[in-house]
Design a protein around this ligand. Structure first.
Ligand code: 5GP
Length: 136
């Protein structure tokens, strides 16, 4: 299903383009959490990370550090978060894979994270490992 990002890739909707190559596009987020908040997306219209092809994944892997370095250089902000949401329950609003690069210049700007860690139980970890490894 076409999303707003497909229209941006097609040039039907404008964006503030940061970077483009054969497989990847990066542009400034329209509602930034901080100056320099950038979205890095594959041109492939996969809705979720686990559906992305290896070629797009590799291209994103090459582009992300390069774009992060440029955002750091431009903003002067070395602290940043990379965020990638999958499905509405996990706060995904646009169903086209995207990575947020979000500078964290101070406490008030950038990503705020609620983090409530548990404790890894040994028996549960072994059971999970067996299932995850079998699925790889
Ligand atoms: P998500 O919650 O899906 O991870 O984030 C989607 C992001 O896309 C949001 O941060 C939102 O501001 C951004 N966004 C949505 N529509 C547009 C648009 O038309 N242009 C740009 N540049 N960003 C958009």
């Amino acid at each position: 299903m076409a999303t707003i990002f497909s229209k941006i890739i097609a040039g039907e909707i404008p964006c503030h383009k940061v970077y483009e190559d054969e497989r990847v596009l990066a542009f400034l987020d329209i509602s930034p959490l901080s100056p320099g908040h950038t979205l890095v997306i594959p041109k492939e219209p996969a809705p979720y990370l686990e559906e992305l092809s290896e070629d797009s994944a590799a291209a994103l892997g090459r582009a992300l550090p390069k774009i992060a370095r440029a955002v750091i250089a431009a903003t002067g902000c070395k602290a940043y978060n990379v965020l990638q949401n999958n499905r509405a329950e996990a706060h995904q609003a646009v169903f086209h894979v995207h990575f947020h690069i979000i500078p964290k210049p101070n406490e008030d700007e950038g990503l705020e994270i609620g983090w409530s860690p548990g404790r890894l139980d040994d028996a549960a970890a072994k059971g999970l490992l067996a299932k995850i490894r079998a699925a790889l």
